[in-house]
Design a protein around this ligand. Sequence first.
Ligand SMILES: NC(=O)c1ccc[n+]([C@@H]2O[C@H](COP(=O)([O-])OP(=O)(O)OC[C@H]3O[C@@H](n4cnc5c(N)ncnc54)[C@H](O)[C@@H]3O)[C@@H](O)[C@H]2O)c1
Ligand SMILES: Cc1ncc(C=O)c(C(=O)O)c1O
Length: 311
Amino acid sequence: MSSLPTIATVIGSGTMGPGIAATLARAGATVRLYDISPDAIARAEAAYDVVRGVLESVDSPSAPGGSVSFGTDLDAALADTELIIEAVPEKLELKQKVFADLEARIGDDVIIATNTSGIPITTMAESMTVPARLIGMHWSNPPHLIPMIEVIPGEKTSSELVDQLIEIVKAFNYVPVLEKEIPGFVENRVLYAILRECMALLEEGIVTPEGLDACVKWGIGYKLSVVGPTRLLDMAGLDIYQAVSGYLNKDLDASTDTPQFIKDKIAAGQLGFKTNGGMYEYGDGDVDAKRKEIITGLIAARKTLASIPNV
Ligand SMILES: NC(=O)c1ccc[n+]([C@@H]2O[C@H](COP(=O)([O-])OP(=O)(O)OC[C@H]3O[C@@H](n4cnc5c(N)ncnc54)[C@H](O)[C@@H]3O)[C@@H](O)[C@H]2O)c1
Ligand SMILES: Cc1ncc(C=O)c(C(=O)O)c1O
């Protein structure tokens, strides 16, 4: 295989599948997007049209020959494929069942990359016949706009595959970040540390949701989009970090479970955009409007970040 696979298959066409498929297709791959649910495929076809429009407005070159086809026929989706990207729900048993189903239908040389948010690759590979072909390929949401992918080998992943996946990621102009295996990987460990403290601050009534979003967006997000946490410490001074972390770290939230108020919202059917209510409430048309605002903002920020030095 040259760097980019000629044919790739994405398994699971929910939130992540269409953007992943579109990104590979834009780089020139023939992509087959498969889902077990015909309804999910219908939604994915509509989502793909939107994603394609978004990619047109991002400053990245479109290679000729790429395409995405959609379907619920697994054998058709797998014919002659070189790379499979699994993006089914975050349940270990389901992913292991999907891998067993895939391995019964493909040759030993086909790569299986999993978009798990953080289940250890070694655990997922335990039931596989060829564990050397499984590797973590963690995209961030929305996958067609966040140009970074975590590459996570498990204990049995072949070292050739690690090099190969890094080249594949570079071939569609994304930044690969190679990591050692740890639950949650790096991005979600950092994100979930932030979210744990944020949810505790809300639960204790220290700040409103609007205030929290403004504080984190401008005070932390804006800054960290330009300067990473390591360089930020140089900018602030390691002595300051010592002075503050010495009294603050022991005061930060250390709970090990999901906060009760989030569990209550889920029990009441409040999941966020997908149910028109979650942390905020949304009236008719509000979710579509918010999605558009977020995508517009991400496109503008990505263009700006691409045009300034990488500090
Ligand atoms: N949503 C995010 O922000 C995000 C970001 C990065 C990684 N991830 C990870 O990516 C994976 C997918 O997440 P998502 O948010 O797209 O999930 P989702 O629930 O939106 O979509 C999953 C899709 O998989 C399909 N599916 C279920 N069983 C299947 C099977 N046996 N074969 C084929 N398709 C099947 C479902 O019909 C659904 O369309 C998860 O592991 C998740 O943790 C999610
Ligand atoms: C809340 C949350 N959890 C997991 C992920 C990715 O695995 C994301 C994301 O990519 O944005 C997220 O927001």
